[in-house]
Design a protein around this ligand. Structure first.
Ligand code: 6MZ
Length: 384
């Protein structure tokens, strides 16, 4: 028997085995809009980088290994883990490697559009500036060879060069190559000052030619004040950058209201919303990035059955399933769809529509949206 939590109008999924269903979720084209670069790192790579630093005597690998391999973490423990991850990952070559691998991993599960977010970091001892950090990320995008990566906006490309996503590039030695659009969001960490946040926005503006499309506000939600980031976020908006905010990750009614007043183009999480917040969110139709596994693992929602996905989905509120930190939470976008299918009784048709619908909420231009619509339409023919 299957559970149909979403009411009678939704057809239950077909009687496939769990494995079959997962395969189907992998094969379906998908759009990832909430993925933190350093949270999406492969376990193997994290251990590999930690071991190398251990060998150099910079860290005590046995202690670090224990923390990395620990599975269940509260939200505050997750941020302690990020501090550790950053010690291990934040040099130029590691950032390039992680970016390359993260894009390859998403592409290999048929993510066709990825908005990757990362916090530009400054580290004087490594000669790293926020700008050189982002350049290392771009280097990682260029280094991907297993799939075609399109990250330069069409309008910025020289007319006489064929786009990486042109028909010709679809074939390689007779095989169809996977292709993925990548756009970048630069994150402001809630620990940062107004000046540091402003520096990130300025950098995003300078890097627009390389596919930086917006700004994210993230970091430990127990830290910092909305008023600190507001000037930088306003400036970003005035300059035409898109803004997405981590909103309602902890109970903070005043901040949630302030964030909704700002009318961001999207928000992430919305776990600790109260009735009045839901009413306002729905009335202004702000799309929500839903991260099921992350919310469960950080104990931000009591149980998966009680997740606000159900209410938003039933209300036809704009939403998109995302991974948040696929490495830290050992998940994938296909897994998130599979969880939604098995928990909320979504059939394949509903999952496909949910996935395709995310095209509307991406921060890329209409040319990309049109290309994605074609990709989904041709996949629909093959997936039946
Ligand atoms: C808030 C999060 C997050 O930027 O170093 N980050 N911020 N809530 C979450 N939910 C669990 N998961 C990740 O990637 C890691 C950084 O992303 C933010 C945190 O600031 C974390 O340090 P980057 O690539």
């Amino acid at each position: 028997a299957f559970r149909t939590k979403l009411g009678p109008k939704y057809t239950p999924k077909s009687l496939l085995t769990q494995v079959g269903e997962m395969e189907w979720c992998v094969s379906m084209p998908k759009i990832e809009l909430h993925a933190h670069l350093n949270g999406s790192i492969r376990d193997f790579t994290l251990l590999d980088l930690a071991r190398a630093l251990g060998d150099k005597g910079v860290i005590d690998f046995s202690q670090v290994e224990h923390v990395i391999l620990k599975n269940d973490r509260s939200l505050s423990e997750v941020f302690k883990l990020f501090d550790l991850i950053h010690i291990v990952t934040t040099d130029h070559s590691s950032i390039t490697r992680i970016t390359k691998e993260v894009v390859e991993d998403f592409a290999s599960e048929n993510v066709v559009y990825l908005e990757l977010r990362t916090t530009p970091k400054k580290n004087d001892s490594l000669g790293m500036s926020k700008r050189s950090y982002v350049e290392a990320v771009l280097e990682g995008l260029r280094a991907v060879s297993s799939v075609d990566v399109a990250f330069i906006p069409y309008s910025e490309e020289p007319i006489n060069l064929s786009s990486p996503l042109s028909d010709e590039s679809d074939k390689c030695n007779g095989n169809t190559r996977k292709k993925i659009f990548v756009r970048l969001l630069l994150s402001i960490d809630r620990r940062e000052t107004t000046e540091a946040a402003m520096e990130t926005v300025m950098l995003a503006l300078e890097m627009r030619h390389f596919g930086v499309v917006g700004i994210d506000l993230s970091g430990n939600p127990a830290v910092g004040e909305w008023i600190t980031y507001l000037p930088a976020l306003k400036f970003a908006r005035d300059q035409g950058l898109y803004v997405t905010l981590h909103c309602g990750e902890v109970s903070n009614s005043k901040e949630i209201h302030n964030m909704l007043d700002f009318l961001p183009e999207r928000i992430g999480h919305a776990c600790f919303f109260e009735e009045e917040h839901w009413r306002r969110l729905k009335s202004c139709n702000i799309p929500v990035e839903i991260c099921l596994t992350s919310n469960i693992r950080t104990l931000s929602v009591p149980t998966i059955d009680a997740h606000h996905f159900v209410d938003l989905y039933n209300a036809k509120h704009p939403l998109v399933l995302c991974t948040d930190d696929s490495g830290v939470f050992s998940t994938s976008l296909s897994n998130e769809y599979n969880i939604a299918a098995s928990t909320f009784g979504l059939g394949q048709k509903e999952m496909f529509e949910l996935s395709k619908n995310a095209i509307k909420f991406i921060f890329a231009d209409n040319v990309v949206k049109e290309d994605l619509r074609k990709t989904f339409d041709s996949a629909a023919k093959n997936l039946d």
